[in-house]
Design a protein around this ligand. Structure first.
Ligand code: AMP
Length: 281
């Protein structure tokens, strides 16, 4: 396994591999790897010859008030996990390597970036789209995989790839959860024991939405009311949003007819957790 820290070396390795006809697969991450990330590696491993993971905590997707400085990092542990998953290359650049000043070019994916997390984290998806576009130019993958845990991110990246004609196939993977239903996330590390105990309520509320829908409720307002009541039980909890949207356009629906995406963001103490589920009638 190689660890590459510069753009020129990464691009050269990509060019060499492409010249030899090898298929390059990329898993972009911010590190502090957990089973959710490993699942992406395992899905992509058999589909490519060269498996690349990028580990980069991308400063431009964090607002000044957010958790950039305290975002968990443990490269030694990540490296061991990557070795056991038969990763070929870890691309592990510094911030100065990715954003040498001056840096003035950003990608905005309109519409899909505007609601849900985009509304409460202005500029977040601009930062995500920009870094992913850079990673695509640096790693030159044929395939890249993203988790449905970050559903809106996945949609934004798919739209960017389509609109800007990146010659890359975007794959996706279902949400990997802890035994009690909590979606795995590097940020779960922030939760204290009481917060951790309450956190599965996000998943339970999504299951409640599914059940209500199966029982014939087609009114998003009513479902959101139920979910709000459930999520209010979280001690030190604060609901950022509960949304029921079209799974393709991410715009709110008035009535549940086909499939819809139920998406949540909830603060537990200082920690903002997200989760989602596609449900349908
Ligand atoms: P992150 O390191 O949090 O930026 O995540 C890197 C990639 O892993 C993204 O495509 C995420 O959607 C994906 N991911 C993170 N957590 C999970 C999870 N619990 N299940 C599936 N994919 C995940």
């Amino acid at each position: 396994m190689e660890i590459i820290k510069t753009i020129s070396e990464m691009q050269k390795a990509a060019d060499d591999n492409r010249r030899q006809g090898k298929i390059i697969g990329l898993v972009p991450t911010m590190g502090y790897l957990h089973e959710g990330h490993l699942h992406l590696l395992r899905l992509l491993r058999p589909q490519c010859d060269v498996l690349v993971i990028s580990i980069f905590v991308n400063p431009i997707q964090f607002a000044p008030t957010e958790d950039l400085d305290k975002y968990p990092r443990d490269f030694g542990r990540d490296e061991q996990l990557c070795r056991s998953e038969k990763v070929d290359v870890i691309f592990y650049p510094d911030v100065q390597v990715m954003y040498p000043p001056p840096f003035h070019t950003f990608i905005t994916v309109e519409k899909l970036s505007e609601g849900l997390c985009g509304a409460s984290r202005p500029g977040h998806f601009r930062g995500v789209a920009t870094v992913v576009a850079k990673l695509f130019h640096i790693v030159k993958p044929h395939l890249a995989i993203f988790g449905e845990k970050d559903y809106q991110q996945l949609m934004v990246i798919k739209q960017m790839v389509k609109d800007l004609n990146f010659d890359i196939t975007i794959l996706s993977a279902p949400i990997v959860r802890e035994a009690d239903g909590l979606a795995m996330s590097s940020r779960n590390k922030y939760l204290n024991p009481a917060e951790r105990k309450a956190a599965p309520l996000l998943y339970q509320s999504l299951l409640t939405a599914k059940k209500l829908c199966q029982q014939g409720c087609d009114d998003p307002v009513e479902i959101k009311k139920h979910l709000g009541e459930l999520l209010q039980k979280i001690p030190q909890g604060r609901i950022d949003y509960i949304s029921i949207v079209d799974p393709h356009t991410l715009t709110p629906v008035d009535k549940i007819q086909g499939e819809v995406l139920v998406a949540l963001a909830v603060y537990i103490g200082q920690t903002r957790l997200i989760d989602n589920m596609v449900i349908g009638r």
